[in-house]
Design a protein around this ligand. Structure first.
Ligand SMILES: Nc1nc2c(c(=O)[nH]1)N[C@H]1C(S)=C(S)[C@@H](COP(=O)(O)OP(=O)(O)OC[C@H]3O[C@@H](n4cnc5c(=O)[nH]c(N)nc54)[C@H](O)[C@@H]3O)O[C@H]1N2
Ligand SMILES: Nc1nc2c(c(=O)[nH]1)N[C@H]1C(S)=C(S)[C@@H](COP(=O)(O)OP(=O)(O)OC[C@H]3O[C@@H](n4cnc5c(=O)[nH]c(N)nc54)[C@H](O)[C@@H]3O)O[C@H]1N2
Ligand code: SF4
Ligand SMILES: [Mo]
Length: 750
């Protein structure tokens, strides 16, 4: 193995793991960073990374363009509150910027209480480790905010898992935990994989390295089914593509369970020893025969039966469940069905099945930011109980330590339970075309805040419209950090992000947290001299020193299978699952406790041909959005030339027959209008989408346009989220319409 840092012909080569910024989920692809005279001159894949073996995605390859982009903000800036929306930013020193934050935060706390500070975080990035810490332990506020309506990303899947069994996020086994990968003696590849509302080649989500699907197919002949209203590139290589009507997935999954239980394609040993509620589940899914689901979902009955049998008889089968599970108000029931499919077929945490993560009691500690704040007296119980949404969203807020997103918008608009006064935006372009439903409402509401801070790499609509201080964030090549896939909740490896260069005066998210923390609460933050001291104490939990990790670059976790037998899923280290009964609860006592049905049921999406037939006459197409592309991460990368060239404009996928009926041709600009708002994108006419469905891209703004208000870099032009309703969540508070809205589409005439 090469040294982590070598000198070759006047160049320093640093081996590292790629993460954020720019955005990505914690995949930690291996990179070799070539440095000459203090500047990066080349970024290439690291062939010695035990998972990615030299491969990088287009965004990884465009790293130099991003890091040295002329528009990147590399010094702190400030602006007077009355100049919000105007390009009147002034460069300032870190001291000035931090003074402003300290003074304003202390004034807001004195006048309105710490709860009136909101700390916003987005997804995937390293900053995700810290935004709750910044709220709870830096400012003493209970309100960290992930602003997607219904917390509709990852949270629902993790909550279904947490309530039914624990063990982090169940992931496809691609031998990611073993240094010798597919050659490991205990490993067996999945024979059959269902990719359910997930396109991992593009998304590489949450530490799942999507290319492994191709590797397993090539090497072991793994068969694949894609459940997706679109036929993706991977779909064309699949054995089955179930083109489900968006948002009806729970009916489909219940029908598969109907086949699997009805034909007794189950593992009775596993069920007898480890499951509770099998007979009730079997009874419940009798309500959903394949013929009924076929009609609801608009798919072929025979296909449902074929795929259910293929999955259940594979030794083993595995399921990759994606974002479409979360972005569905019926999604926690879908998650429940998928976990049941993993369990009752005996495919849970076995080689080649869907694997779980060792629950590390110390890891639980690290994430319990509210616990630290309470122990150090930075928040008291009364303050913690002021978290917005705990009364209206008890299931969500019992499991996730943030405020409830929909309740935060309500609070901003109505002052109930109180008006927030300060925002700290850490890795979320809140009014941009990504995270929020109804961003036009968030924009109006957030304008009223007394003081707003943003930490980012580029100017964007949120910063331009709303913020008073801009803190420049260091890219992954400019700081030391660690990568834990699935944020440590089912980690494949410990990975090192090794600093190679300094750009301007940028600081990492940890450094920013430490600096602000030392000013607000030195009694806690004073103990950490710098970012590596912080990471060593918290992320690595004393198991490794920072230098050991930096040298190794990756350290696979080498976790064993069948953790429920070994006591590795429970903090008390007894065998079983981390549910109230210590079984895999197919009928969930916690679902029932939070007022939902303990068993899965099907509910139509809130808007659609069945739920709102009258409205559907005016808005006769089902709208799904946001399928990932190779060349952007949400609202990021629009200013990177080599990436923008691949997808220069926002695209609406529309079927040729539908397009012809509407007089729409390839490349036409079209309005996409829902009952809640409209925006325009360019038609891409393609037979890969179901005829009665259209797909719109998310995350579009135009960094090349005028940034000042009212244009805000064209923020409202192609922003698909202006068509999204707010607060359409299911009984436990989860889910939205990002992938199951309705719309009409017509040509832009001007
Ligand atoms: N390049 C890139 N990678 C990313 C991101 C990014 O922006 N860019 N974002 C990251 C984030 S935050 C996330 S959460 C992950 C998400 O990554 P994935 O889980 O892969 O999710 P998507 O790409 O949104 O959608 C996956 C597929 O679901 C299909 N789909 C749409 N509606 C439905 C439906 O109702 N039912 C079913 N069964 N399928 C449906 C879409 O057509 C799409 O092909 O990606 C992460 N990775
Ligand atoms: N219509 C529709 N909308 C969607 C989706 C969809 O499928 N359809 N997907 C949704 C999903 S699943 C998610 S998770 C959200 C994501 O939404 P967000 O995570 O809020 O994504 P962005 O809007 O890109 O905002 C992220 C900002 O963080 C900055 N940034 C990048 N890396 C770092 C870092 O390391 N530190 C800091 N401080 N800043 C950084 C970026 O430059 C960018 O301005 O979008 C959601 N929006
Ligand atoms: S998938 Fe993520 S970590 Fe891997 S190269 Fe692309 S941006 Fe970097
Ligand atoms: Mo996400």
């Amino acid at each position: 193995m090469a040294e982590w840092k070598t000198e070759v012909d006047g160049e320093t080569i640093v081996r590292s793991c790629c993460w954020s910024p720019p955005g990505c989920h914690p995949v930690g692809c291996g990179v070799r960073l070539h440095v000459r005279d203090g500047k990066l001159v080349k970024i290439e894949g690291d062939p010695e990374h035990y998972v990615t073996k030299g491969a990088l995605c287009p965004r990884g390859l465009a790293g130099l363009e991003y890091i040295y982009h002329p528009d990147r903000i590399i010094y702190p800036m400030k602006r007077a509150k009355e100049d919000r929306g105007k390009d009147k930013w002034e460069r300032c020193t870190w001291e000035e910027a931090l003074d402003l934050i300290e003074t304003n935060a202390k004034a807001v706390i004195a006048e309105h209480g710490a709860e009136s500070i909101l700390v916003f975080g987005g997804t995937g990035r390293e900053a995700n480790y810290y935004y709750s810490l910044i709220a709870h332990v830096v400012f003493g506020s209970p309100n960290s905010v992930y602003a997607q309506s219904g917390w509709s990303c990852y949270g629902p899947r993790c909550t279904s898992t947490g309530f039914m069994m624990g063990g982090g996020y169940p992931e496809i086994d691609y031998a990611q935990k073993f240094a010798d990968r597919y050659d490991h003696p205990d490993y067996k590849a999945p024979e059959y994989i269902i990719l359910w509302g997930k396109e991992p080649l593009k998304s590489n989500p949450d530490g799942f390295w999507g290319h492994s699907i191709i590797e397993m197919k090539r090497r072991f002949g793994t068969k694949i089914c894609s459940v997706d209203p679109r036929i993706t590139w991977l779909g064309t290589r699949c054995d089955d593509v179930i083109q489900v009507r968006p948002g009806t997935d729970t009916a489909l999954a219940m029908a598969m369970l109907n086949v699997i239980t009805g034909e007794d394609l189950v593992d009775h040993d596993f069920i007898d020893k480890w499951c509770a509620g099998y007979e009730e589940l079997k009874e419940r899914v009798k309500e959903m025969p394949p013929s009924k689901a076929a009609e609801i979902c608009g798919v072929d009955e025979e296909q449902i039966i074929r795929v259910a049998r293929a999955y259940a008889t594979a030794r083993p089968g595995s399921i990759g469940w994606g974002l479409a599970v979360d972005q569905n108000p019926n999604g926690v029931q879908l998650g429940q069905c998928l976990i049941a499919m993993m369990g009752i077929t005996g495919c849970l945490d076995v080689p080649g099945g869907t694997i779980l993560g060792v629950v590390d009691p110390a890891q639980v500690q690290m994430d319990a930011s509210q616990g630290i704040a309470l122990r150090y007296g930075i928040m008291d119980e009364a303050m913690w109980n002021k978290r917005i949404g705990t009364d209206t969203f008890p299931a969500m807020t019992s499991f996730i330590p943030t405020a409830a997103p929909d309740a935060v918008l309500d609070a901003l608009e109505t002052g109930i339970p109180y008006f927030p006064h300060m925002g700290f935006f850490s890795s979320s372009n809140v009014i941009g075309a990504a995270i929020t439903a109804a961003p036009q409402r968030w924009y109006e509401a957030l304008k009223k805040m007394d003081f707003n801070v943003v930490t980012d790499t580029f100017m964007n609509p949120t910063a331009m419209a709303l913020c008073d201080v801009f803190l420049p964030v260091a890219s992954y090549a400019e700081h030391n950090a660690m990568v834990l896939t699935h944020y440590g909740f089912n980690a494949s490896f410990f990975g090192a992000v090794n600093k190679a260069v300094q750009v301007g005066e940028c600081k990492s998210d940890v450094e920013i947290m430490l600096e602000v923390g030392k000013r607000m609460h030195p009694e806690f933050w004073g103990q950490y001299e710098d970012d590596t001291a912080y990471n060593e104490a918290n992320g690595l939990n004393g198991k490794l020193t920072w230098n050991e990790l930096a040298q190794a670059v990756t350290i696979p976790t080498e976790e064993p299978y069948r953790k429920y037998e070994l006591g590795l899923l429970r903090a008390d280290r007894e065998p079983g699952f981390a549910s109230p009964s210590h079984k895999l609860e197919l009928a969930s006592s916690l679902y029932a406790y939070f007022g939902d049905d303990p068993l899965p049921y099907y509910k139509e999406p809130p808007y659609g041909p069945i739920s709102t037939p009258d409205l559907f006459e005016d808005y006769p197409l089902v709208l799904t959005t946001g399928a990932r592309t190779y060349v952007s991460f949400h609202s990021e990368h629009r200013q990177i030339p080599s990436l923008r060239q691949v997808v220069p404009d926002p695209l609406l996928d529309i079927h040729p027959t539908t397009a012809a009926n509407l007089g729409i041709g390839e490349g036409d600009w079209v309005w996409i209008e829902s009952p809640f708002g409209k925006c325009k994108q360019r038609a891409h006419v393609t037979a890969t989408i179901k005829p009665d469905v259209v797909h719109a891209m998310h995350g579009w703004w135009f960094p090349e346009e005028d940034g000042e208000e009212p244009n805000l870099y064209g923020n409202w032009k192609s922003n698909i989220n202006v068509t999204m309703p707010h607060k359409v969540n299911g009984k436990m508070g989860f889910g939205d319409c990002f992938k199951n809205n309705i719309c009409k589409v017509y040509k832009v005439e001007e």
